[in-house]
Design a protein around this ligand. Structure first.
Ligand code: FBP
Length: 339
């Protein structure tokens, strides 16, 4: 019987995502398989979206729709396509009760999902400012299992915090398409082999180095940051014992993936235009914090771990810093100093 630790099957072929998910499901004797199918449906949506992104210049899918979303951001055609692809992947199966998305003002209740245990929170197209310039973009997902009485539905209103997640990850559309996920037993990465249409295991058991050589932040906002954050980035840039290199791609997932693999920290602190931070808790920060924590890293708002921030609205924003735990700890220490 194949275990999660093995990276290839007896025949030496690379392990598929489906194989890996089923192997991890076997580690949960009470598992009924729904979570496995939710993850496989997300991978399916990722394959469709990857194909559409690669062909967007030919199919007229580049550019804006002319509309603005609930965040008052210009909506890209790929934002809409990505959102629709996720909804269609779950609209006719009883896997999730509702979908919360960056592109929808209100949660989408799934009619046939009343008996479903899960609520899916997604950012269909992270890094949307990269979409029309062939930059890296991604889909972020968090699968939540809100606490509920037996026989009652899993509702968005029952979501309490990022700790309600049972799985999270992202699909990164870059030079290759990569699916990274965790269900709490390690973080694993799969690369899409476009020739056979399968996600194959290429990054088993990702461990985030405790300290890294990179930091990612929009330094144009430095004047608007509080002095602890300014001091922090100053320390990273001109550290006494080591200096960090700046890498900022405009796509949260691309920058955080680098920190996860090679070490470092991504931050989007509060600033005058975003007094609560820019990034959204339920479908950007909490899913990525779940991944980073299970890879041995850390994620903070500066004053609290991201996964312990109570939810009060589906589009709430938080200041966010995540990546190598020693680097994140420095920010937390600095942030505490003046409080
Ligand atoms: P979207 O999900 O709307 O793309 O917003 C998030 C994001 O684009 C991150 O991916 C990125 O790190 C950040 O916002 C860029 O913001 P800014 O342009 O202010 O630096």
């Amino acid at each position: 019987m194949t275990t999660m630790q093995e990276t290839s099957t007896a025949s030496g072929a690379r392990m598929t995502l489906a194989h890996h998910i089923l192997a991890s499901q076997r580690q949960h004797p009470r598992a009924r398989g729904e979570l496995s199918v939710v993850l496989l449906q997300l991978a399916f949506a990722g394959k469709i979206f990857s194909h559409a992104i690669r062909r967007a210049a030919f199919t007229g899918q580049l550019g804006a729709t002319g509309e603005r979303n609930v965040q008052d951001e210009a909506t890209k055609k790929l934002d809409v396509f990505g959102n629709q692809t996720i909804i269609e992947a779950f609209a006719r199966n009883e896997l999730v009760a509702a979908i919360v998305s960056e592109e929808m003002d209100e949660p989408r209740q799934i009619a046939c999902g009343t008996r479903a245990s899960y609520v899916l929170c997604v950012d269909p197209l992270d890094g949307s400012s990269n979409a029309d310039v062939n930059g890296v973009v991604a889909t972020i997902f968090g699968v939540y299992q809100p606490k509920r009485e037996a026989g009652t539905a899993a509702t968005v209103q029952r979501l309490q915090s990022g700790r309600d997640q049972v799985a999270a990850g992202y699909i990164m559309y870059g030079p290759s398409t990569v699916f990274v996920y965790t269900t709490g037993s390690g973080v694993h990465g799969f690369t899409l082999d476009h020739d056979i249409g399968e996600f194959l295991l290429t990054h088993p058991d990702i461990r985030c180095p405790p300290q890294g050589p990179y930091y990612s932040a929009n330094l144009a906002n430095v004047p608007e940051w509080n002095h602890q954050t300014q001091a922090y980035v100053g320390q990273l840039a001109r550290g006494a014992d080591r200096s960090y290199s700046l890498r900022y791609s405009g796509a949260l997932v691309a920058d955080l993936h680098r920190s996860l693999i090679e070490g470092g920290v991504y931050l989007y602190p509060a600033d005058q235009r975003h007094p609560d931070g820019k990034l959204r808790l339920a479908y950007e920060c909490a899913p990525l914090a779940f991944v980073v924590e299970h890879a041995g890293g850390a994620a903070t708002t500066g004053t609290s771990t991201v996964l312990d921030v109570p939810f009060h609205s589906i589009h709430q924003r938080v200041p966010f810093a995540a990546g190598s735990r020693d680097d994140v700890a420095i920010l937390e220490r600095l942030s505490r100093d003046d409080h």
